[in-house]
Design a protein around this ligand. Structure first.
Ligand SMILES: [Zn+2]
Length: 257
C-alpha cells in the first residue's frame, strides 16, 4: 500500500514540479500562470505537448529547444525531479493518512518559494497567501478527520508564536528580516505546530542556525563581509521540512524519552 502511494506521489510530484517551473518563471515577472502555454524563453515558440513532458522531454531533446536549438537550463528537469523526490519522501513519511495532502501542498509551495527567493529575493503573496489558505483548511480537515481537534489549537499557537518572533525581528531590523519572511513564518509555524508544539522551537532553531552558518560562509567566500544579505526563505523552508521529517525523534532524544 505505502509503496504504491510513494510511487503515485513521485509521479504526481513530476507533474506538480512542471507547474512549479511555470510559477517560478512567471509569478515574479507578474505574468499569468495559466495563459499562454509554455514557450521557449529564447525564441518564444510554444511547446507542443510532447515537448512538455516532465524530465523526459528535456532528456530526449538533450536540453535544447526543438525550434531554435538554444540551451534549456537543467534547472527545469532538476526542479521536477526535486519535487518528485520531496513528494515521495513526504508520502513515505506520513503514509496513507488524512494529513498527507496538507504536507504535499506545503512541500510544493516551499520548493517554488525557495527558488524564487534565491533568484529574486522575494516571497510573492501570490504564492504565500494561497498556501496559507490551502494548508490551513487541509490541516483543519485532517485534525477533525483524525479525531484530534487539539491539533487545531497547536497549529494556531505555532503560527502565531512564529509570527511573533519574526515580527519582532522585522520590527527591530526591517532591512534584516523582510515582511515576506514574517508572513511565511506564520504558515510554517502552523504546519509544524500541528504535528507537535515542541517541534516549533526546533523549526526556528534550524532555520536560524543554517542561515547564519551559510551567511558567514557566503560572506567569507565572496569577501563581501557580513553585509552580504542572503535570502531567508530557503532556510525557513529547510527548518520546517527538517522539523516535519526528523523533528520528533530529535525532540524525544533531547528530552531523554
Ligand atoms: Zn527556442
Amino acid at each position: 500500500m505505502t509503496v504504491l502511494l510513494v510511487a503515485a506521489c513521485a509521479v504526481l510530484g513530476l507533474a506538480v514540479g512542471s507547474f512549479l517551473n511555470v510559477l517560478v518563471w512567471r509569478v515574479p515577472r507578474k505574468e499569468s500562470v495559466v495563459r499562454p502555454r509554455s514557450h521557449c524563453p529564447s525564441c518564444g515558440t510554444q511547446l507542443a505537448s510532447r515537448d512538455n513532458v516532465p524530465v523526459a522531454s528535456w532528456v530526449l531533446l538533450r536540453g535544447r529547444c526543438r525550434a531554435c536549438s538554444e540551451r534549456i537550463s537543467a534547472r527545469y528537469p532538476l526542479l521536477e525531479l526535486g519535487c518528485a523526490a520531496l513528494f515521495a519522501a513526504t508520502a513515505a513519511h506520513f503514509g496513507p493518512s488524512f494529513r498527507l495532502p496538507a504536507y504535499l501542498f506545503l512541500a510544493a509551495s516551499l520548493l517554488a518559494l525557495s527558488v524564487i527567493d534565491l533568484e529574486h529575493r522575494l516571497l510573492p503573496n501570490k504564492i504565500v497567501f494561497p498556501t496559507a489558505y490551502a494548508v490551513g483548511v487541509l490541516l483543519l480537515l485532517a485534525a477533525l478527520a483524525e479525531g484530534e481537534p487539539r491539533r487545531i489549537v497547536w497549529a494556531a499557537i505555532g503560527g502565531v508564536g512564529s509570527f511573533a518572533v519574526f515580527f519582532a525581528l522585522h520590527f527591530i531590523s526591517p532591512g534584516g528580516m523582510a515582511y515576506g519572511d514574517v508572513r511565511l513564518s506564520f504558515v510554517l509555524g502552523m504546519a509544524v505546530g500541528w504535528l507537535g508544539l515542541s517541534l516549533v522551537p526546533l523549526f526556528l532553531f534550524v532555520a536560524f542556525l543554517t542561515s547564519a552558518v551559510t551567511g558567514v560562509a557566503y560572506a567569507v567566500l565572496t569577501g563581501q563581509g557580513l553585509k552580504a544579505a542572503i535570502p531567508f526563505g530557503p532556510f525557513l523552508a529547510l527548518g520546517a521540512e527538517m522539523a516535519i521529517f526528523v523533528g520528533q525523534p530529535l525532540v524525544d532524544a533531547y528530552l531523554g524519552q
